[in-house]
Ligand binder design. Structure first.
Ligand SMILES: N[C@@H](CCC(=O)N[C@@H](CS)C(=O)NCC(=O)O)C(=O)O
Length: 228
């Protein structure tokens, strides 16, 4: 473990996060599952703090989350979660079974590569400006539904209590924030996605997931704007 050389004490992990960011939410869940204490460094995306010179030194692409572990600075939730998985073996996030492991990678990547980028702040701003404010929600719902339809098919023969069995793995870490945000922020009707709706209920019972929820973060505003 990285130490603070003057005191010989382990340095606390630092997480650059925004309460409502689903990508940050994934890393918060992984940190909680692994029982890792961390300092929360809030980056207000609506105020554009992700583009500040200070934050661009941490992550040159200007997105949260980013993790600082001593001298190691990492960005991108998938890279961060895999780093945590290798460094901190408590609560393994990958099953040993090769097929199940591959399904976990696939589900996580459907969320992180084929759904979330299409609902990112920059994309929604662009649609708002070029097409119109009313186009945002149908756009997001269409792309989430496409991903959720695929996830329902992918997971139907693998799911147990959670996405790939009765233990919480990587797929769950990525699915929970996406489902939560789709319901809360994007008003998605989950009727067509019964498996994902059931997983959502199961995630809501878990302390590691509850503690990572947007409303339990230090930068959660008292009154929310409700914008997408
Ligand atoms: N692939 C990256 C995506 C990061 C990302 O898109 N973060 C969003 C929040 S979930 C963000 O910072 N958006 C700011 C913006 O669009 O300006 C990851 O998984 O960490």
């Amino acid at each position: 473990m990285t130490t603070n050389s003057s005191l010989g004490e382990p340095k606390k992990l630092q997480l650059y996060s925004y309460y409502r960011s689903s990508c940050s939410f994934r890393v918060r869940i992984a940190l909680n599952l692994k029982g890792l204490d961390y300092e929360y460094k809030a980056v207000n995306l609506l105020k554009g703090e992700q583009q500040s010179p200070e934050f661009l030194m941490v992550n040159p692409i200007g997105y949260v989350p980013a993790l600082v572990d001593g001298d190691i600075v990492l960005a991108d939730s998938f890279a961060i979660v895999m780093y945590l998985e290798e460094k901190y073996p408590e609560h393994p996030l990958l099953p040993r079974d090769l097929e199940k492991k591959a399904i976990n990678y696939q589900a996580a990547n459907i969320v992180s590569a084929s759904i979330q980028p299409l609902q990112n702040l920059d994309v929604l701003k662009y649609i708002e400006e070029k097409v119109g404010p009313d186009a945002k929600l149908p756009w997001v719902q269409k792309h989430i539904s496409k991903g959720f339809t695929a996830l329902e098919k992918l997971l139907k023969d693998h799911a147990g209590k959670y996405a790939t069995g009765d233990d919480v793995f990587l797929a769950d870490v990525f699915l929970a924030p996406q489902i939560h945000g789709s319901i809360q922020r994007f008003n998605l009707d989950m009727t067509a996605f019964p498996l994902l709706a059931r997983l959502h209920e199961a995630y809501m019972q878990l302390p590691a997931f509850q503690d990572a929820m947007p409303e339990n973060q230090p930068d959660f505003p008292a009154a929310q704007s409700g914008s997408v």
